[in-house]
Design a protein around this ligand. Structure first.
Ligand code: FDA
Length: 305
C-alpha cells in the first residue's frame, strides 16, 4: 500500500499519463465522483445541493504549479468571479486556493500581489480565503507569504499537515498569531527526513495538534474522513466544554458523504471542499493515492466502458 501510494503520487506529475487519462473518453465520468465539474456553474450547482443538506462549502478552482502568467491571471479572475457569485446567489461558501496557482514559482512579488488583490476584494464582502498547503518545497514560502498578508488581512487562513515533523511548532506559532488553521494529514510524497513515514505516527500527531487547536486555536478546521479521529475530536471537545460552534469539520467532495450528513444531523458544522475546473489530474491522482480501492474502481470503470 505504501509503495502504491508513493507510485501514484509520483505519477501525479507525469505528463504522458496525464495526457492519456485526461483524453480518455470515460475519465470525465469517473472523476465526477471527486470533482464537481469543469465550470463554475456546475460547482455552484453542487454547492447549492450541499447547502440544502446543511453543509457549507469551500470552492477550489483546480490548478497548481502554473508556469504561464496568463494562467495565474486567469485563476485570479476566476476567484474574483466566485466571490461575486457567492454574493449574488447567497450560497454558504468560501474559497480555498493554492499559491502555486497564483504564481508562487515566479520570481518577485507577482504571487503576493495577486493574493492581496483577492484578499482585498474578499474583505469587502467579509469572505474568508483559505490558503491550501502544497508539497514541502512550498511549506516555508507559503507560511511566510501567509504571515505577510495576515498582518493586513484577517480574512485569511492556512493549512497544517500532521505528517510533517515541523507542524507542531508551526501550529503553535499560528495559534499565537490568532490565525485560523485547517488541520489535515498531508497529501504529498514526502521523505522520512521531514515527515512521519508511518501512518500510525501521522494519526498520533494529528490528534496532538487537534487538541492544541481545539483548546487554543481560532475556529480550527478539522479536515479528515477518519472516523476514529472524528470521534476523538468530538469527545475531546465535549470533555473540555468546547462548544461545537467553535470549530468545524471539513471533508472532500464525494468522500464519506454518509459521515458528512451524519455529523450535520448530530449538530456539528461541516464544510465540504468542492474542486472544479479542467486541471483536475493532480488532484484526482492524490485522491487515488489515498485509497487503493479507488484505483481498482477507476481502472474497472475504464475497462468496462
Ligand atoms: P485517511 O487517509 O486515514 O482516511 C480515512 C478514511 O477516509 C479512509 O479509510 C476512507 O474511508 C476515507 N478516505 C480517505 N481518503 C479517501 C479517498 N481519496 N477516497 C475514498 N475514501 C477516502 N492535504 C494537503 O496536503 N494540503 C491541503 O491543503 C489539504 N486540504 C484538505 C482539505 C480538506 C477539506 C480535506 C478533507 C483534506 C485536505 N487535504 C489536504 C488532504 C489530506 O491531507 C488527506 O490526504 C486526505 O484527507 C485523506 O486523509 P484522511 O484524513 O481522510 O485520513
Amino acid at each position: 500500500m505504501f509503495f502504491l501510494r508513493k507510485t501514484l503520487l509520483a505519477l501525479s506529475d507525469n505528463v504522458h499519463l496525464k495526457r492519456f487519462i485526461m483524453l480518455h473518453p470515460l475519465s470525465r465520468r469517473v472523476t465526477r465522483r471527486f470533482i464537481a465539474g469543469e465550470t463554475l456553474d456546475e460547482a455552484v450547482h453542487a454547492v447549492t445541493k450541499l447547502n440544502g443538506n446543511g453543509l457549507t462549502a469551500t470552492f477550489d478552482y483546480l490548478g497548481e504549479n502554473v508556469i504561464r502568467k496568463e494562467d495565474a491571471e486567469e485563476a485570479v479572475a476566476m476567484y474574483l468571479q466566485i466571490l461575486e457569485t457567492i454574493e449574488k446567489t447567497g450560497i454558504q461558501a468560501n474559497i480555498s486556493m493554492k499559491l502555486t496557482e497564483l504564481g508562487l514559482d515566479f520570481k518577485g512579488t507577482f504571487c503576493a500581489e495577486k493574493l492581496e488583490l483577492i484578499l482585498k476584494r474578499a474583505s469587502l464582502g467579509n469572505h474568508f480565503i483559505r490558503i491550501d498547503m502544497e508539497g514541502s518545497p512550498y511549506t516555508e514560502k507559503t507560511l511566510t507569504l501567509f504571515r505577510q498578508v495576515y498582518s493586513h488581512y484577517k480574512n485569511v487562513g492556512v493549512v497544517v499537515q500532521a505528517y510533517l515533523y515541523r507542524s507542531e511548532k508551526d501550529t503553535e506559532d499560528l495559534i499565537s498569531l490568532g490565525a485560523r488553521v485547517r488541520l489535515c494529514k498531508g497529501a504529498y510524497n514526502e521523505p522520512p527526513q521531514i515527515a512521519f513515514p508511518k501512518k500510525s505516527d501521522v494519526d498520533e500527531n494529528y490528534l496532538r495538534l487537534m487538541k492544541k487547536l481545539l483548546l487554543q486555536g481560532n475556529y480550527p478546521a478539522i479536515a479528515t474522513h477518519d472516523p476514529k479521529i472524528i470521534d476523538e475530536t468530538k469527545s475531546f471537545a465535549r470533555n473540555n466544554g468546547i462548544d461545537s460552534s467553535r470549530f468545524e469539520f471539513q471533508m472532500l467532495y464525494g468522500i464519506r458523504r454518509d459521515l458528512q450528513e451524519l455529523l450535520v444531523k448530530q449538530g456539528y458544522r461541516v464544510r465540504i471542499y468542492v474542486p472544479y475546473g479542467k486541471e483536475w489530474y493532480p488532484y484526482f491522482m492524490r485522491r487515488l493515492a489515498e485509497r487503493p480501492a479507488n484505483v481498482l474502481f477507476f481502472l474497472s470503470s475504464l475497462l468496462k466502458g
